[in-house]
Design a protein around this ligand. Structure first.
Ligand SMILES: Nc1ncnc2c1ncn2[C@@H]1O[C@H](C[S@+](CC[C@H]([NH3+])C(=O)[O-])CC(=O)[O-])[C@@H](O)[C@H]1O
Ligand SMILES: O=C(O)C(=O)Cc1ccccc1
Length: 251
């Protein structure tokens, strides 16, 4: 096996470093190979959010319930949930519709020495079966679901959630004020530059995700979470245009 084929080798993301034909971003094998580096260098707060998912899971997981990580990629949030769940009789399920991600995710799960089994499913989260949930995580995944299809998914999650259970929802957001949108976007791009991305990488990635990752405002998210069946919504983290919310179902 060559060095670059080792499934958990940390590789540097250079996918947008040279000029390329405009093409929509996809979670294919090339992205899966560099994903840990890409997400860490691209999403402000990602390295803080992951360990906090463990803390939040520990607070809200319920004995005998199901915990879901929807859009689990390589399992970073899945593993945080695994370490947070304080009950041996919970079922932890990671779901992603990218075969390349799920295949690599299996390796990360296997390397993590922990007794709670993780069940991985290569499925579309929009029609995957959900039931008896206490903690569900959508860590930067809902943003890739077409906006008009987001309510149906959130309603299914809320319906499947036990009283006192939660949804952890992390998203790239946009702002109502054009001024704030410009400032936060500039700061996000500065974060990427500080992490070694060139102007070409930033602009080519921006074009590739434009039609694929659709950010919405915080108020749109909050309103829809409430209409979907969650009782309380709070923001527990924000860095620039990246936020994480906690949507809670009343006891
Ligand atoms: N409809 C869908 N069904 C299933 N999976 C999907 C769908 N749409 C997108 N995905 C999957 O959602 C993941 C989004 S990444 C999540 C990071 C992870 N949560 C982490 O904490 O490291 C975030 C990002 O790249 O910004 C990808 O693996 C997609 O294949
Ligand atoms: O890179 C960006 O600009 C983002 O908004 C985050 C991101 C991270 C990983 C895949 C797609 C988008």
């Amino acid at each position: 096996m060559s060095k670059s084929d080792r499934p958990t080798e940390t590789l540097t993301d250079r996918l947008f470093a040279t000029e390329r034909q405009p093409e929509d971003f996809r979670f294919d094998a090339a992205v899966a190979r560099v994903f840990p580096d890409m997400i860490r260098r691209s999403v402000p707060g990602y390295t803080t959010i992951i360990p906090m998912i463990e803390v939040i899971t520990e607070q809200y997981a319920q004995a005998g319930s199901n915990c879901y990580d929807l859009g689990c990629s390589l399992g970073a949030s899945t593993l945080a949930m695994r370490h947070g769940i304080p009950f041996g009789d919970c079922t932890l399920v990671g779901i992603d519709n990218s075969a390349a991600m799920i295949e690599r995710c299996e390796h990360y799960i296997a390397l993590d020495d922990h007794s709670l089994p993780v069940s991985l499913r290569c499925e579309n989260i929009q029609d995957t079966e959900l039931s008896d949930a206490s903690v569900t995580t959508l860590n930067f995944t809902l943003q890739f679901v077409p906006p008009e299809e987001r309510s149906a998914l959130l309603s299914r999650i809320a319906k499947a959630t036990r009283p006192g259970g939660v949804l952890i929802l992390s998203e790239k957001i946009r702002f109502e004020s054009e001024d704030e949108q410009d400032t936060q976007t500039r700061l996000h791009h500065e974060f990427k530059r500080a992490n070694g991305y060139s102007d070409l990488e930033i602009s080519q990635k921006r074009s590739a995700i434009e039609q694929v990752l659709i950010p919405e405002t915080l108020s749109a998210h909050t309103q829809r979470l409430k209409e979907s069946g969650f009782d309380r919504v709070l923001v527990w983290y924000q860095c620039f245009n990246f936020v994480s919310m906690l949507a809670i179902k009343a006891d």
